[in-house]
Design a protein around this ligand. Structure first.
Ligand code: IPD
Ligand code: CA
Ligand code: CA
Length: 277
């Protein structure tokens, strides 16, 4: 579980953090505009990835190219890890973790819940995160130890409700076997909480916890680019984040919820085996 780890142990240069944030905001806004204004009416699936329903469109690829070109323009020594294949080690110690289009299936169908997610990390710690959700007209930004803002205003998660009154977001992976296990977890959870939401963008789900629009969120099977920026946003907005007890949020399991809800949710997910297929 992570609370506010601060910057102890590796002093961060405030000027560099400000620059990383500015670059992340510029790249996310440009990509968000491209995706919103450039979506072809006849958008089709360009390729599939881990399964026939794990799709990529020409716009995912175009957005990633745009983002990496903005980063290279300002920060040519940094490394990058992008969902659509951008990968370089860099020499500065900073690495950008990029999901150019989180919620591709929503985007393909014309549903509004999709986002651009960009984070900058050093030594595996996320320093800044930006999630741009153009169809909401919202930009979520967070700096490690510096709080979370939505459209420039401070964001805060909701105080924990009783477990039975919690609105919980989740998501499903693209592999049938994993989905079957995830559905079993939801089957047990849904009678015990207010309700479940599956909105289709992990980055937005995490930001929704940080804005108090969801009480909590969990998902197994996320990739670093799905969670890096949103996890920092939720944490900086006052949520606890983590995976299995004692473990950080990861592909094994990611949980975000305010103190008081996080603990019972994490305990139940552990008992239900939400961390394995
Ligand atoms: C997906 C979305 C979805 C989540 C999946 C992710 P993509 O990302 O975040 O909400 O349930 O686990 O893979 O494929 O749209 O970038
Ligand atoms: Ca994603
Ligand atoms: Ca994506």
């Amino acid at each position: 579980m992570s609370t506010h780890p601060g910057t102890a142990g590796s002093a961060q240069d405030p000027e560099e953090i400000a620059q990383l944030l500015a670059v992340a905001l510029e790249a996310a806004r440009e990509a968000g505009t491209l995706l919103r204004d450039g979506r072809p009416a006849d958008l089709e699936v360009a390729a599939t990835k881990t399964s026939p329903i794990d799709v990529v469109t020409e716009m995912d690829i175009a957005a990633e190219k745009l983002i990496t070109s903005v980063i290279a323009r300002h920060r040519s020594d940094d490394g990058v890890l992008g969902e659509e294949g951008a990968s370089s080690a860099g020499t500065s110690g900073v690495r950008w973790v990029i999901d150019p289009l989180d919620g591709t299936v929503n985007y393909l169908y014309g549903l509004p819940s999709w986002a651009v997610s960009i984070a900058a990390e050093r030594d595996g710690r996320t320093l800044v995160g930006v999630v741009e959700a153009p169809m909401r007209g919202e930009t979520y930004q967070a700096v490690l130890g510096g709080g979370a803002l939505v459209n420039g205003r401070p964001a805060h998660c909701r105080p924990a409700p009783g477990f039975s009154h919690a609105l919980i977001g989740t998501g499903f992976g693209y592999l049938a076997e994993r989905r079957a296990a995830q559905a079993e977890v939801v089957r047990t959870l849904v009678p015990r909480v207010r309700d479940i939401r599956r909105a289709g963008s992990a980055a937005i789900d995490l930001c929704d916890v940080g804005c108090g629009r969801l009480d909590g969120y969990f998902e197994r099977g996320l990739n670093p680019w799905d969670l890096a920026a949103g996890e920092l946003f939720a944490r900086e907005a006052g949520a606890l984040t983590g995976g299995r007890p004692g473990a950080p949020a990861s592909g094994e399991l990611t949980i975000a919820a305010p103190p008081g809800l996080f603990e019972p949710l994490q305990g139940l997910l552990e008992d239900l085996g939400a961390w394995h297929d």
